[in-house]
Structures are given as C-alpha cells and as structure tokens.
Design a protein around this ligand. Structure first.
Ligand SMILES: Nc1ncnc2c1ncn2[C@@H]1O[C@H](COP(=O)(O)OP(=O)(O)OP(=O)(O)O)[C@@H](O)[C@H]1O
Ligand SMILES: [Mg+2]
Length: 257
C-alpha cells in the first residue's frame, strides 16, 4: 500500500495558486527527494504531508486514510535550521520526543515508562554520534550537532514518515557528508518513508530512491499567481535510466538558483 497518496491536490493562498493537480503515490519505505526553484511550493508540499496545510481541492491520504485533524507523531519534521528546545539538554530534547509519542496530551512519563524512554533516548543519541554530549545544552553544540539532535528528536517520535526540509543546507560540506552517512542507514534500519526537500541534486541522487521536481508548467506573465506548480519530473533513482535525465535536471536547477 502507498504510505502517502496525493489525489488531485491543489493549494491556494487567496488568489495565488501554489500547487495544482498533484497526483502522486509514494510507496512505504521510499526515500523521496523533492527539488524545484525557490517558491515552487516544496515546503508547502511537506506541510500538506504534516497536516499543517489543507488542500483547497483534492485529498492527501496517509496509509489510505484521510489525515486526523492534528499533526500526529506518525509524521516528524526537521527544518533547515535546527528546531530543538534551547532550555533542554540533548537528553531532554530526545526524551521529550518519546514523551510526545507516548503521551499526546500530558507529555510526561513516569516510573518504568520514563526509565525505558531514557534508555531508548540514550541509544538514539549514540546512534547520531552525540553520546558524549548528552548533558549539554543546544547552545554548546555546533550547527551540525544541533542538526543531528533535531534528527534524533524527530526519530524518537518513531514517525512512519520523516519530513526533511533542506535539513543539511546550512552545514559545511564535511558535516553534510557525515549527515548523509548517518541518515541512510537510519532510514534503512527504521524502514521509514522519507520525503526530503533539497536544492542539491547530488545530495538527492546520493540519498533518495525517487526524485520529483516541482515547477510551473503554465505561466501567465500578467498574473504570475494564476498557475501553480505541478510535478515536472518523477524519476526512479534505483534504475540506471535515471542517470542521463539527472544531468539535464541538474543543469536546469542550477540555472534557476
Ligand atoms: N502561509 C502562506 N500564506 C501565503 N502565501 C504563502 C504561505 N506559505 C507559502 N506561501 C507562498 O507559496 C509559495 C510557495 O512557498 P513555499 O515556501 O512552499 O516554496 P518553496 O518551494 O519551499 O521555496 P524555497 O525553496 O524558497 O524554500 C510562495 O509564493 C509563498 O510566498
Ligand atoms: Mg521551502
């Protein structure tokens, strides 16, 4: 079954059409990269999956079902700039992920449930390479470490779908490479569906199993808000036939930046 289904989805803000006619089936376990020019609607696309955005028309389904009204722990998100709690330690930040996952309303665990959550949090902190820093506050961490913490926090919620909005965009190339080496085995081991927005085609190609490009196919120079973006490319990166198209796509994306 598809983890996510988009059925003729349109998103509009006032009279501005942002996304139009999005039809897409994303199989469970896919690592999907989303590319496209700035303003094309990539973050909007992620917010639709998160349940923060409602389509003006059409429907987005999670495991064949319409979304519950509230964004739930089944979907986690990591933004370009870290989004961890500054007043909590590394351990506290990951623990709160578990608490949100288990206790939607009170967000507190007690006794053995708490001890178990602490153990799991420590294992996750080790997995993202922050073991020696579990008691530090985010302000004492580098950008790359904070981003790893944000990923650990999102994973603590054990989401079926992990959404990444240019998660490595603010990192230096070395840290970026470390993050790539981290995320791929996590995705494989946890059998998640990942949807990652990136401006970096090489990153998309290196990590993803599928790539879509969002862009406008119709333009009205007198009224740019009239038409929205839809899916202009949809590539299966597990097949060699995707390679020549990628070279072309890379040139296009780079020309747009
Ligand atoms: N809450 C909102 N209200 C009104 N317009 C919005 C809102 N959110 C996004 N938009 C508009 O929707 C369009 C798509 O925005 P979005 O942030 O999804 O683009 P993007 O592809 O993520 O761009 P970038 O690569 O710069 O992050 C933009 O024109 C933006 O101004
Ligand atoms: Mg964006």
């Amino acid at each position: 079954m598809s983890a996510l289904s988009f059925r003729n989805v349109w998103v509009e803000y006032g009279n501005q059409v942002v996304l139009e006619r999005i039809n897409l089936e994303i199989a469970s376990g896919t690592f999907l990269s989303v590319v496209g020019p700035s303003g094309a609607g990539k973050s909007t696309f992620l917010r639709l999956i998160l349940g923060q955005e409602r389509p003006a028309q059409g429907a987005v389904l999670l495991d064949g079902e319409p979304f519950p009204a509230e964004p739930g722990p089944d979907r986690g998100i990591v933004f370009q700039r870290y989004s961890v709690f500054p007043h909590l330690t590394v351990l506290g930040n990951v623990l709160i992920g578990y608490e949100f996952a288990e206790r939607k309303f009170s967000a507190r665990l007690f006794g053995s449930a708490r001890r178990e959550a602490i153990e799991k949090s420590r294992a996750l902190i080790d997995a993202v390479g922050l073991g020696p820093h579990a008691d530090k506050y985010p302000s004492a961490l580098s950008g790359g470490m904070q981003q790893r913490l944000a990923i650990a926090q999102a994973l603590a919620k054990q989401p079926r779908v992990l959404l990444l909005d240019e998660p490595f965009g603010a990192l230096d190339p070395g840290t970026r490479a470390q993050m790539h080496a981290l995320i791929k085995p996590l995705w494989r081991d946890l059998k998640m569906t990942i949807v990652m927005v990136t401006h970096d085609i090489k990153e998309a190609f290196g990590l993803a199993t599928r790539l879509i490009a969002l862009d406008k196919t119709r333009r009205d120079p007198q009224a740019p808000e009239r038409y929205g973006a839809n899916i202009t490319y949809d590539l299966d990166l597990t097949r060699d036939s995707a390679v020549p198209v990628l070279g072309f796509l890379r040139a296009q994306v780079e020309a747009q930046q």
